[in-house]
Design a protein around this ligand. Structure first.
Ligand code: 0PR
Length: 387
């Protein structure tokens, strides 16, 4: 730290120069990330109310009300306007709260949670933190969790099943309706991780695509993760955890009596938390409406299909599976995908590398010309590797 502070202009300049080498969404080079440039209106609302602390809710009852309205809007999107929950830091906190709730409700000693092999690593973190054993279940040929294997894995220690609506690697939706049946039959907690898919699937359905049921319309679903800082276009940090009922949400609530705003209840992992996220999401949902999100999803999907089609035309490359949402997996039986990724990264393409495929995520900041230029580079790399 400086002894004597520096003028704002000087510090700003230094900041700009120190950070100028990083990737930007605007460049179109980030094509393997689930985040995007936030909507300008959400950004404005976010910065305006940044200092509001929902950890001391008695000070800001109007913001508490706004968060409730935000959760109700998200609940309506997920077939349950009476859903209860919170805007949290992201999918990791949301998934952790879900598993914490399941563990606490069960009152069992050695708890096991059944998850698809495709589960996001946030569930591993949550399990480690909560002392749970994760039981990973193999996938079927469509990269969904194998439902028979889930049923076989249930034992006396099982406390919860997790299904994914939009897997991290491929955007696949698990057969959640089947998981719901199992959960009801075996009296188990069912959590749906729709961190990515929550802001895609409802709009795809409205656009006329065949979308399997994945939300609170299924009676066994107890909670859902839905992240506004992914396809919701909200500024980071913005995750969402929704419970079917208020009672479920209160399972992990803590009562705090001494705060400046008086007695409060916290049902989130963090204590002090900015209300700016909830405010920004509220503003954005009101402003964009269903029509706004539908337009965004339609555009992303059009580009996704174009990319998938072009990949299939390149000799030696294939898509892993038909895209359900705006995620494309690229694989090869001929070329080493690690090598392709390396070459793409040399050319400044920020793609994700999974064990057997390259993941491309067509987020709203990605434009048609970015896809064209990516395809040109990819073809050139394949030509050189093939030579
Ligand atoms: N659940 C699913 C299905 C996810 O895909 C993710 C994140 C999470 C939960 C956890 O969410 P948070 O990261 O908000 O806690 N999936 C992205 C991924 O692993 C996260 C991400 C986003 C990574 C942008 C990189 C990036 O640039 O790809």
């Amino acid at each position: 730290m400086e002894n004597k502070g520096l003028p704002v202009s000087l510090v700003s300049k230094e900041l700009e120069s120190k950070l100028s080498g990083d990737f930007t969404y605007g460049s179109g080079r980030i094509i393997g990330s689930m985040c995007t440039r936030s909507h300008p209106f959400a950004r404005e609302a976010f910065t305006r109310f940044l200092d509001v602390n929902l950890g001391d809710s008695g000070l800001f009852p109007a913001v508490v009300e706004l968060e409730k309205e935000t959760i109700s809007m998200l609940g309506t999107l997920l077939s349950n306007p009476n859903a209860s929950g919170h805007i949290v830091t992201g999918g990791t906190e949301a998934n952790t709260l879900a598993l914490w709730t399941a563990k606490k409700l069960s009152k069992k000693k050695d708890c096991e949670v059944i998850v698809p092999a495709s589960a996001h690593y946030s569930l591993d973190k949550a399990a480690d933190l909560l002392g749970l054993k994760l039981v990973r279940i193999k996938l079927n040929s469509r990269y969904q969790v194998n439902v028979e294997a889930v049923e076989e894995a249930v034992n006396l220690n099982t406390v919860a099943i997790v299904g994914i609506a939009g897997t991290t690697g491929l955007g696949v939706v698990d057969p959640i309706s089947k998981l719901s049946e199992i959960a009801i039959r075996k009296n188990l907690y069912l959590h749906v991780d729709a961190a990515f898919g929550g802001f895609v699937l409802p709009f795809l359905k409205e656009l006329g695509s065949r979308v399997p049921d994945f939300d609170f319309s299924l009676p066994g679903v107890c909670s859902i993760t839905i992240d506004p800082h992914k396809m919701g276009l909200a500024p980071i940090p913005a995750g969402g955890i929704l419970f079917r009922s208020r009672n479920l949400k209160k399972t992990v609530a803590w009562n705090i009596s001494y705060l400046a705003g008086g007695k409060t209840e916290q049902a989130t992992l963090v204590g002090t938390r900015s209300g700016a996220s909830a405010i920004a999401i509220w503003a954005l949902l009101k402003h964009l409406g269903k029509e706004g999100y539908k337009k965004i999803v339609r555009r992303c999907m059009r580009l996704t299909w174009k990319l998938a089609e072009e990949i299939q035309k390149i000799n030696g490359l294939h898509i892993v599976t038909e895209p359900t949402m705006n995620i494309v997996g690229i694989k090869s039986d001929v070329f080493d995908i690690c090598r392709i990724t390396q070459e793409l990264r040399v050319r400044k393409w920020a793609v994700s590398l999974f064990p057997n495929h390259i993941r491309i995520v067509i987020m709203p900041h990605v434009q048609e010309q970015h896809i064209e230029s990516f395809l040109e580079d990819l073809k050139d790399i394949i030509n050189k590797l093939g030579a």
